[in-house]
Design a protein. Structure first.
Length: 563
């Protein structure tokens, strides 16, 4: 008998499955599935479902299928199928040979529909979509039976065959289940099972012009595949009686159990594929993989790791009630993961030239700098030092406030891994008054980072050699929306977009070791944040980095205050 691993997380879903295992329900089998509709790119909410379904299967030594619930040809495509496959693999999960499509079952589903008609449990309805809505009733009033509900079995079979043959235009007829128009659950009021859609399907072409509704196809696809536990989000809770009704009436061999959990709602973003598609189509983002998007592709391009996303999904757990998770927790998980794995390098985002007057012209030294302060196995690199340097403009103020400890006229600071320097003169643009260069001196006795006379400095700043630095473009990504709940604060989500969610810096300078940076590589820019080599636009000739997350750990401070 399959046993769960007690060292892994427990929740109400796993408790149900463990009980089923102990009572030998489904002969001890555990078979789950991740069944996305291929009409958009997977997002972080799907990642929660992916981790849950594949995680439970692994924990229980069961199986998890990947199935495309492709029942609506409108908007579905192989682009989305490939994105789903790529993202599930990238998250670290393997469905082995169990990749399925609901469209594989179209003929079998059709036969099930014929069976329900012959049982007197389904009928062809000729009401329009608006009339069906009007007949359905309300939450407080029962529905009204269709005038076509009592068609004979022979007439229904004939009409459905003609629907399949393409004899009727879209909207003329639908096939409906015959259940109960007075049911308090509106879902059970003679729901539609098939509709006419003369659209080309991305897999079946024009072989079909009638397509099954999701509620009809989904439960039967689960049954066909021998799924034991159909794990879905709370919006399908009212659909569970319909899920069970189809399985019960058809007396199928495998009857999965549907279990609902709260979907992931993440602050400062949206989880609606329809809304995400709108952002893409209106070119409010650069595409589904825009690093500001909550899609798995966007997060991968931004530099989020699968380990960080899996950790996040584990931490938020599985709940029965909807809630909003703070984006700061996801950023904390990313930051925590990158702190361990990202090599440290120096990069200057807003360069300010520094000339060290007493350093010999033409001389170049090399400092041996570790890639990680706590992981010697990551090795080190040599960073050249010369008379001309770049520091970040934010590390200098001509007239600093009291608590500004970085470089200013007459003040001494330490260069990371190197010497003490002191600012002795400020060079400005004669027309604008902008500071364009600092003239400094250095203390040659401080190469070790310490002064022989014991004097100390208040700050250490990063730098690169102007002679050896590589030019780079850096994209500073932030949250796409400026409010925590974009879909409720404004009637139009675009009014909540943050115009400052992307800042592009085109004159950055990075240390020469970055010449070896490859697509997708992750780094910590010392004192700045975590960055990723852009997988689309970066090349040997033009380095482009995306900011993954800042160094500041807002979530840690939030949780600390809550203690």
């Amino acid at each position: 008998m399959v046993q769960t691993n007690s060292s892994l997380p427990s929740d109400f879903i796993r408790d149900i499955i463990q009980d089923d295992i102990e009572t030998n329900k489904y002969q001890g089998r555990v078979a789950t599935r991740f069944p996305p509709e291929p009409n958009g790119y997977p997002h972080i909410g799907h990642a929660k479902s992916i981790c849950l379904n594949f995680g439970i299967a692994a924990q229980c030594r069961g199986t998890c299928n990947l199935r495309m619930d492709d029942t609506d040809p409108t908007g579905e495509s192989m682009e989305y199928v490939n994105a789903i496959i790529r993202d599930v693999k990238w998250l670290g999960f393997d469905w082995e040979e169990r990749l399925y499509y609901a469209s594989d079952y179209y003929e079998k589903l059709y036969q099930y529909a014929l069976q329900l008609i012959k049982m007197g449990k389904a009928f062809v309805c000729s009401l329009s979509a608006d009339e069906i809505r009007q007949y359905r009733g309300t939450f407080t009033e029962p529905g009204k039976e269709s005038p076509y509900r009592d068609r004979t079995i022979e007439e229904n079979l004939d009409l459905l065959e003609r629907m399949r043959a393409g004899e009727f235009p879209d909207g003329t007829h639908v096939l409906r289940a015959k259940i109960d128009m007075a049911s308090p659950n509106i879902t059970m009021r003679d729901p539609v099972m098939y509709r006419i859609k003369k659209e080309t399907h991305y897999r079946t072409g024009d072989s079909w012009c009638i397509y099954p509704m999701y509620d009809f196809a989904h439960c039967l696809s689960d049954s066909i595949e021998g799924i034991t536990h159909s794990i879905c989000t709370l919006e399908f809770e009212n659909n569970r009686p319909l899920y069970d009704w189809f399985l019960d009436e058809l007396k199928v061999e495998h009857q999965p159990q549907q279990i609902e959990f709260a979907r992931l709602n993440l602050s400062y973003t949206i989880m609606s594929k329809r809304k995400l598609l709108e952002l893409v189509e209106r070119k409010l983002v650069s595409g589904w993989d825009d690093p500001r998007m909550p899609t798995i592709s966007g997060m991968r391009r931004r530099g989020y790791t699968p380990e960080a996303i899996r950790s996040f999904c584990e931490r938020i757990g599985v709940a029965k009630n909807d809630s909003i998770v703070d984006m700061a927790l996801l950023e904390h998980c990313v930051r925590e993961d990158l702190n361990e794995r990202a090599p440290r390098v120096m990069a200057i985002l807003r360069p300010l030239r520094v000339v060290i007057d007493n350093y010999p012209e033409g001389r170049v030294e090399e400092f041996e700098c570790p890639y990680h302060p706590k992981n010697a196995a990551m090795g080190s690199r040599k960073v050249p030092f010369s008379r001309d340097l770049y520091i970040d403009a934010d590390d200098f103020m001509e007239n600093p406030p009291k608590k500004f400890y970085r470089l200013s006229p007459g003040r001494e600071v330490r260069l990371r891994y190197g010497y003490f320097i002191k600012c002795v003169r400020v060079v400005k643009n004669g027309r604008t008054g902008e500071v364009v260069e600092l003239r400094c001196t250095y203390d040659p006795e401080t190469r070790s980072g310490f002064a022989p006379d014991g004097r100390k400095v208040d700050a250490t700043i990063h730098w690169v050699s102007a002679l050896d630095a590589l030019p780079a473009q850096v994209r500073l990504y932030d949250r796409l929306f400026r409010v925590a709940d974009p879909l409720t604060k404004e009637s139009d989500m675009t009014l909540s977009l943050d115009p400052k969610s992307l800042e592009i810096l085109r004159s950055c300078q990075v240390e020469p070791s970055m010449a070896a940076a490859i697509s997708g590589s992750l780094y910590q820019f010392e004192r700045v944040g975590y960055f990723c080599v852009d997988s689309v636009d970066s090349s040997d000739k033009a380095l482009v980095f995306n900011r993954t997350v800042t160094l500041r750990d807002a979530w840690a401070r939030i949780t600390e205050k809550g203690k």
